[in-house]
Design a protein around this ligand. Structure first.
Ligand SMILES: Cc1cc2nc3c(=O)[nH]c(=O)nc-3n(C[C@H](O)[C@H](O)[C@H](O)COP(=O)(O)OP(=O)(O)OC[C@H]3O[C@@H](n4cnc5c(N)ncnc54)[C@H](O)[C@@H]3O)c2cc1C
Length: 359
């Protein structure tokens, strides 16, 4: 199908917050081989905005640049050997469809990441994670095409610099790439991650005594359907803020004031080798310890859960999820996010950073 180009395209159906915005030019890319020629044609315009499924993006206005929607299809097994099973998917494949396909091949590894909206190509951008597993733990490599000069390059895990909801592609030196294919290393059998959230309880409720990967996927889907608002019904981008990572001194001082505040030791590897997700955060100067705090808890504590003003609000069961009840604009969503972050900073001295891309 190659490249399909349309003018003045409404983006409401192409973003999960259901925000009204228009793309002056929307280009659907099905074959990465067409990208260099397309970039030649776009040379006069501003660098394009890459769009996947639109489930982690906030349009506060009409994007002034051409929008390239990555729709590269395909999924296949590349190798099946002692090191596991290497699978590859085109960046335009739906993430959850891909997870279900791997399970149908009898492959374990991605089950905890079931039902996350969006595309395979966006999964490395913020190193998607859920229920105790991050994408980087199953990642092998990806192919990307430079939006500057059209050259294709392979990135391995180290080059992607994965961190908590982070990768090189979110930083200045890694911008300007369109991911076109991603490879994962899975296995016919691997230890299941059941210790996170309510997975064990859900499996018990489903009367599964000896779970397989597909059972875990089913349990995760059931929990997510109960807990998270469906973007088809209520516009949202999932978690609006990343959980802040702070050094031990900050966490301990806060815990004295707020004994009920949840805090978790931050994972050993992070964004750029440190845990510094917030300017007040980072690893403890003295002993290197860092803690992840719950952004949802901090926001709820500031009284935002269930807040609504017109069509913009905070979900009644999830303080971390900002919602569009109908006709909210991206600017209203962004303004509410700023008010929420300001109130958390004023009360706790913690800086919250948005998770989605703000256009
Ligand atoms: C209800 C709900 C639940 C969610 N739950 C989770 C969760 O549990 N865990 C989690 O990590 N996330 C979660 N998310 C966020 C979101 O699903 C993920 O971030 C997802 O990977 C975004 O994919 P997308 O294709 O929609 O990306 P988009 O929203 O289209 O794009 C997001 C960013 O990635 C860039 N991008 C997209 N595709 C490419 C590409 N091929 N090449 C280069 N750049 C690209 C865009 O330019 C943009 O900056 C949730 C969202 C919703 C709505």
């Amino acid at each position: 199908m190659g490249v399909v180009e349309r003018c003045d395209v409404p983006l409401r159906a192409l973003n999960s917050l259901r925000l009204q915005a228009h793309a002056a030019r929307l280009i659907e890319l099905h074959d990465p081989a067409d990208l260099p020629a397309l970039l030649d044609r776009l040379r006069e315009a501003a660098a394009p905005l890459v769009l996947g499924g639109g489930s982690n993006i906030v349009f506060t206005r009409d994007p002034p640049m051409p929008v390239v929607r990555i729709m590269v299809p395909g999924r296949r097994v590349l190798a099946d050997d002692a090191r596991g099973v290497l699978v590859e998917a085109g960046a335009g494949e739906g993430w959850d469809e891909f997870v279900r396909w791997t399970l149908a091949q009898g492959l374990a590894g991605l089950e905890n990441l079931s039902l996350i909206p969006g595309t395979v190509g966006a999964s490395p951008i913020q190193n998607i994670g859920a229920y105790g597993v991050e994408m980087r733990e199953r990642f092998d490599s990806l192919d990307a095409v430079s939006l500057v000069d059209g050259r294709r390059r392979r990135f391995d895990a180290d080059e992607c610099r994965f961190g908590y909801r982070d990768s090189v592609f979110r930083h200045e030196d890694g911008r300007g790439w369109a991911i076109v294919a991603v490879r994962f290393r899975l296995a016919r059998q691997m230890p299941l991650q059941l210790d996170y959230g309510e997975i064990r309880e859900e499996l018990r409720a489903q009367k599964v005594a000896r779970p397989k990967a597909a059972d875990v996927a089913k349990a995760v889907c059931a929990i997510r359907r109960r807990k998270l608002p469906d973007p088809a019904v209520t516009g949202n981008v999932g978690s609006f803020f990343r959980n802040p990572v702070v050094d031990a001194t900050v966490a301990e001082a806060l815990a004295k004031r707020e004994p009920e505040m949840p805090r978790f030791p931050a994972p050993p590897r992070d964004a750029d080798g440190s845990a510094g997700a917030s300017p007040r955060g980072g690893r403890d100067e003295r002993d290197g310890r860092a803690f992840k705090l719950s952004a949802g808890w901090l926001i709820e504590r500031c009284g935002w859960k269930g807040y609504r003003e017109g069509d913009v609000g905070v979900h009644e069961r999830h303080a971390l999820v900002l919602v569009n009840h109908g006709a909210a604009s991206g600017a209203q969503i962004a303004a509410l996010a700023t008010r929420i972050a300001d109130s958390v900073r004023d009360r706790f001295g913690i800086v919250l950073e948005p998770e989605p891309t703000i256009v």
